[in-house]
Design a protein around this ligand. Structure first.
Ligand SMILES: NC(=O)c1ccc[n+]([C@@H]2O[C@H](COP(=O)([O-])OP(=O)(O)OC[C@H]3O[C@@H](n4cnc5c(N)ncnc54)[C@H](OP(=O)(O)O)[C@@H]3O)[C@@H](O)[C@H]2O)c1
Length: 273
């Protein structure tokens, strides 16, 4: 379905490169049907060499024959880039935005056109094909547009379709979430080091423990509380640590982190209005 589509990627930076790289690796898209754009010619030459895609420094030229336009510039660059694209965007071209905090209505307003727009909020584990990408469709997009976008991001991890009203909340959970888990991994490592484990060993053990626990939740489909109960031996080590975590408010802190990040995302979205 996607292999027949011509795709223009405006703002070929980290996120866009991970997406294009993942979709090419999965043979979901054809490099000859992809045009990537950014201002740096040197970076474009490197992308051409690496992926075999077309390149352009002219954004309007890049979107000319595209079926799908992925916009992945920084949110603060979005207004100018969308205004620049507006005269070149044709009816029916699907716009997919990965830009944080910018609503589909705002994107349509900048374009001055009722094109279908789908928002995606990937996270950086997409760099290793383990991303989590919630997607939401705007007022002019239908389920077929959403499905096209979903398939693209499915090349670099899992996807979830959500109403657009939840985009700030998913930004607070999975968008920013890797950062919370990096802190957990770092802290577990420090705990191991404190108890005498060499740092490199402690880091590998901590990261693999987080990875393994997440894999077990996803693959068994069991509720995490059940998995926890299954390994807390009466009078054992894990329940002693559970008591410590509960008394220091681990769960409340993590809930608060998601709430605070969601509110910050809402604030940033309002700034773009
Ligand atoms: N990083 C994350 O974890 C994450 C997660 C979810 C969503 N996002 C969103 O993804 C977007 C991109 O983030 P990123 O981390 O990939 O940033 P990035 O690496 O800085 O990529 C942005 C790219 O836009 C290009 N650009 C700037 N102005 C341009 C213009 N006028 N025309 C064409 N290209 C232009 C830049 O290249 P030149 O300077 O060469 O033009 C740069 O490569 C952001 O909107 C962000 O909100 C990021």
């Amino acid at each position: 379905m996607l292999s027949k589509k011509r795709i223009a990627v405006i703002g070929a930076g980290h996120i866009a490169t991970a997406l294009v790289g993942g979709a090419l690796k999965a043979k979901l898209i054809d490099p000859r049907s992809v045009t990537v754009s950014r201002r740096s010619q040197e970076a474009l030459d490197a992308l051409k060499k690496r992926f075999g895609v077309h390149t352009a420094t002219d954004n309007r030229k890049a979107v000319k024959d595209a079926d799908i336009i992925v916009v992945a510039v920084k949110p603060q660059q979005a207004g100018a880039v969308l205004l620049e694209l507006a005269p070149a965007v044709k009816p029916g071209q699907l716009v997919i935005s990965v830009m944080a905090g910018l609503t589909t209505a705002w994107i349509n307003k900048k374009l001055g056109k009722p094109n279908p727009v789908v928002r995606a909020m990937p996270n950086t584990p997409m760099l290793v094909d383990a991303g989590a990408t919630p997607l939401a469709k705007g007022a002019h997009a239908d389920d077929s547009h959403l499905e096209l976008a979903r398939r693209l991001f499915a090349a670099v991890g899992t996807t979830e379709v959500v109403p657009e009203s939840l985009m700030d909340a998913v930004t607070g959970l999975s968008g920013s979430g890797p950062v919370y888990i990096y802190m957990v991994i770092e802290a577990l490592t420090d705990g191991g080091v404190k108890m005498g484990i060499p740092r490199a060993t402690a880091l590998r053990l901590a990261a693999q423990t987080v990875f393994g626990a997440a894999k077990l939740v996803l693959e068994t489909g069991k509720h995490p509380a059940i998995l926890k109960d299954e390994v807390t031996t009466p009078g054992g080590t894990a329940i002693a640590a559970v008591h410590e975590l509960e008394s220091k408010g681990l769960r409340t802190v993590l809930i608060d982190a998601v709430v605070t990040a969601t509110k910050r995302s809402e604030e940033l979205s309002r700034l773009a209005e």
